[in-house]
Design a protein around this ligand. Structure first.
Ligand SMILES: Nc1ncnc2c1ncn2[C@@H]1O[C@H](COP(=O)(O)OP(=O)(O)OP(=O)(O)O)[C@@H](O)[C@H]1O
Ligand SMILES: [Mg+2]
Length: 574
């Protein structure tokens, strides 16, 4: 290390180092003979207070330490896809254990088939394409571009062929370029300009796509109490969300869940390539049995990787479960560094660090002029389901959509237990306009009708509970009936169903249309004099089961079922 020092105090993950020459905040340090990695959190006169990312047991006062003169970086390069890493992007080879090696080790050196695309003598700027590694396992090309801080004449570039990660493949203005590059994980990677986001991020989960969608390049959070289905919903997004690259962060959650997810992703066929979906996925694991502190870094590592793929012109989605565990790591640090605690013991800069994270979502013109996207989806698990606690409250300010899970729905095994009352999306209108202009002129009408009917059904249920269903007029009874049909035929979606775990946009539209048209038919039949009780007793099973008995993209199948059902319903009329 550039700057030598010595340990003067060890307090759990917080280590004091003296003797460093001009240490700075977030400078990368290593401590002890084992060279445990960490970052400077604060500088107090002669002392640098550092957070260490591994178990500090065995460290002693007087042990050597050193600072690097630069912030903590991660090494980005081809070969990241399909890997499982810890919060500092160190490979975890044993998926069952999730215990990383001590000290800093780096991704293995592998060979890549490189195809040069630029000619010697060309003037090149940040983000310009030097060449590509065509379809390495993952089914997406890996673009090798000029790093953000480099520009000049391309003096040399290698011939097509197989090269090591560490090989010099080009020289620009006297600087060697390799496949890999380092990036400080707390620093957002630069881009040319931010673009408006409108296009929906399709999740294949009906309740989200139909009621509370988000745009690609925005952020959303799932807020839910213990066992209400946060992890299941996030895993569904990892499997079915329409992104090019998926970065899944298991942050303080159970290791066995992550092991299961990894094997499921491994078995799942990628709709684009037919190969394993794991090949487009990167897993960052900092499960509950791993050192708490690296959780703090894992979130920034994830966004840095996402921006790296964004800069190649891809859509990368980060899925982080759970940011509450991440915030807890900050709280633990705050208590050990003697920082003045703010709300509920969280550090005073909790809102700022949440904002800094969510702000890195976006749709941008990259430095190389490509369209690149980072979408962020997280979960928050407030203690006791209290959404006014600091992490939940602040997160709601910075995300575009809140998918709020409902304890009663989860208890009734209505999955996903996303509340239509307490969830919202600030993107809904923009997405409605996008659908109108691009693929589905009726999306807005259906969305509005569904919301109105669900709201009315909730209100009427309250009245029916008091006065009894039969005291309500027919039209209100039909709304209650349709409310149930919406919940069961559209909103409920089992993650465990082969046909229904994913639902295509066309099938989503067909199911919604089916329920709404059934409501219209029921209204007509009632107007013809058929009593409400007869319409209520009609057998709607075919409608409720349509999602399960048709394939994930079988809109025509749904329409056929709905048509038969409505014809039978119609026959009730004299
Ligand atoms: N979409 C779904 N389809 C089918 N079952 C579901 C679905 N969502 C949740 N469940 C059921 O609920 C259980 C709990 O879900 P999950 O583990 O995702 O909750 P959680 O909110 O992540 O819990 P924790 O607070 O412990 O992290 C699952 O094991 C499963 O049985
Ligand atoms: Mg969970």
């Amino acid at each position: 290390m550039e700057k030598p020092g010595v340990i003067t105090r060890v307090n759990g993950p917080v280590v004091h180092i003296n003797g460093l020459q001009a240490p700075t905040r977030f400078e990368y340090v290593v401590v002890g003979e084992a060279e445990l990695p960490g970052e400077v959190l604060a500088v107090d006169h002669e002392t640098a207070v550092a957070q260490i990312y591994e178990y500090t047991g065995g460290l002693r006062v007087g042990d050597p330490a050193g600072a690097a003169g630069h912030p903590l970086t991660v090494r980005l390069g081809p070969g990241l896809l399909g890997g499982i890493y810890d919060g500092l992007l160190r490979p975890l080879d044993d998926a069952d254990e999730f215990i990383g090696p001590r000290g800093l080790t780096r991704p293995a050196v592998t060979d890549h088939d490189f195809e040069p695309e630029a000619l010697p003598g060309t003037e090149m700027g940040p983000g310009d394409i030097i060449g590509r590694i065509a379809r390495p396992a993952g089914g997406i090309d890996h673009l090798v571009v000029v790093p953000p801080d480099l520009a000049g004449t391309l003096e040399h570039i290698v011939e097509p062929g197989r090269y090591r990660s560490s090989a010099v493949i080009a020289t620009i203005d006297g600087n060697d370029v390799t496949f890999t590059s380092e990036w400080a994980l707390r620093r957002a990677r630069p881009y040319r300009s931010r673009n408006p986001v409108r296009e929906p991020f399709r999740t294949g989960q009906r309740v989200l796509d139909v009621l509370v969608p988000i745009a690609k390049g925005n952020s959303a959070t799932v807020i839910g109490g213990f066992g209400e289905g946060k992890t299941m919903l996030l895993e569904q997004l990892a499997k079915w969300g329409d992104a090019d690259v998926i970065i899944y962060v298991g942050c303080g959650e159970r290791g066995n869940e992550l092991t299961d997810l990894i094997s499921e992703l491994g078995e799942l066929a990628d709709p684009r390539t037919g190969r394993s979906l794991m090949e487009r996925t990167i897993i960052l694991a900092n499960t509950s049995n791993m050192p708490v502190m690296a959780r703090e870094a894992s979130i920034y590592t994830a966004v840095t990787i996402a921006e790296y793929y964004r800069d190649m012109g891809y859509h990368a989605v980060i899925i982080a479960d759970s940011t509450s565990r991440w915030a807890e790591a900050q709280r633990e640090l705050a208590s050990r560094t003697g920082a003045i605690p703010a709300e509920e013991g969280y550090p005073a800069d909790l809102p700022a660090s949440l904002a800094a994270f969510y702000q890195r979502a976006g749709r941008v013109d990259t430095l190389g002029g490509r369209d690149g996207i980072v979408t962020i989806v997280t979960s928050v698990s407030p203690p006791g389901g209290d959404v006014t606690e600091p992490v939940a409250a602040h997160t709601q300010r910075f995300v575009q959509a809140v998918w709020s899970l409902d304890r009663d729905l989860a208890y009734a095994r209505h999955y996903p237990a996303v509340s239509w009352r307490n969830s919202f999306s600030r993107d809904r209108d923009a997405i409605g306009r996008w659908h109108a202009a691009n693929d589905d002129p009726d999306w807005v009408t259906r969305n509005v009708r569904l919301n109105t009917l669900l709201g009315e059904a909730d209100r009427l249920q309250g009245i029916a509970d008091l006065v009894g269903l039969t005291a309500l007029p027919t039209d209100e009874r039909l709304i209650l009936l349709t409310g149930r049909n919406i919940r069961e035929a559209i909103l409920q979606q089992s993650a465990l169903s082969d046909n229904d775990a994913f639902c295509s946009p066309a099938k989503q539209a067909a199911l919604t249309e089916a329920v709404l048209q059934t409501h219209d038919t029921a209204t007509t039949v009632a107007a013809a004099g058929v009593p409400a009780s007869v319409i209520e007793d009609f057998d709607y099973t075919a409608l409720l089961r349509a999602k399960d008995i048709t394939g994930p993209d079988d809109a025509a199948g749904v329409e056929a079922i709905a048509q038969r059902l409505r014809a039978a319903l119609q026959e009730l009329a004299p």
